[in-house]
Design a protein around this ligand. Structure first.
Ligand code: 5GP
Length: 249
């Protein structure tokens, strides 16, 4: 499928028009940024891995009844998705203390919560994606009460599904960030990506970090970690990657 005009270029992806105006083509790059663009680099092969991993996980979630934007993988880096209006909320679900949570509340990384936390940030680079609560999101008109409720429920369900999925592959899902979008009919679906860029993934046995924290924290072995986490997805997933996403909304 031919890419149309470039509509948007973000830190890790380019978005192109597709022939069908209700669809878009997302193209994953190897560029990596952290700390709101202050740290920049390249992770060789990341675009291919994030594209494939995100598609495998979106297909898995769709089969479990989660509405997603995934339509079809077009190539190593390119995927056809439903066009949505992105809701400017970053939804972060945590099972284990790490990253900004550990820093903000002065706790050690690795503390396992009794139940998961869900938090929202205002998706706004100029402001540094500030944390906000539901009443702030309503006051700013970012989403309706119903949408926030739907997003909260879907996010917790996605956490349950992905935690179990990764555990079977010897990986602990520590936390992750989701984004949602609105279809023209107003329904809310999962959009963006699910990848080592957007999740913390630790080896269940050793605790080794298999995600973008290796880049953020200069831990070394970045490319190897991305390849290792991709290997954990296993060959069964490979055979499914190009099938259309049955059951997406
Ligand atoms: P933290 O708030 O601890 O930095 O991040 C929590 C989780 O959300 C991590 O898995 C992290 O990868 C993801 N996350 C939070 N904000 C962003 C963001 O702006 N971009 C990306 N790619 N991931 C984010």
């Amino acid at each position: 499928m031919e890419k149309g005009s470039l509509l948007y270029e973000g830190k890790a992806k380019k978005v192109y028009a597709a022939e069908d105006p209700e669809l878009l083509i997302v193209s994953y790059k190897d560029d990596a940024t952290a700390f709101n663009g202050l740290k920049r680099g390249t992770i060789e092969g990341k675009g291919v891995i994030n594209n494939r991993m995100s598609n495998i996980l979106m297909r898995f979630l769709a089969k479990e009844g989660i509405p997603t934007h995934f339509v079809r993988e077009l190539g190593d880096r390119d995927t056809l998705v439903k066009r949505v209006r992105i809701i400017p909320l970053e939804v972060i679900v945590r099972t284990i203390a790490a990253g900004s949570f550990a820093k903000r509340y002065g706790v050690e990384e690795g503390i396992v919560f009794d139940s998961p936390t869900v938090e929202f940030s205002y998706k706004n680079d100029a402001l540094g994606d500030p944390l906000l609560n539901e009443s702030h999101a309503l006051a700013l008109g970012l989403a309706s009460r119903e949408e926030i409720e739907t997003i909260g429920k879907l996010s917790l369900r996605i956490n349950d599904l992905l935690k179990a999925f990764w555990l079977e592959r010897g990986v602990t899902l520590v936390d992750f960030k989701l984004e949602f979008g609105r279809l023209p009919d107003g329904s809310v679906i999962l959009a963006d990506e699910i990848s080592p860029d957007t999740c913390r993934l630790w080896d269940s046995g050793t605790g080794k970090k298999l995600d973008k924290d290796r880049f953020r924290r200069d831990l070394g072995g970045v490319e190897e970690a991305y390849r290792e986490i991709m290997d954990r997805l296993g060959r069964t997933a490979d055979t499914e990657q190009n099938a259309p996403a049955d059951g997406v909304c």
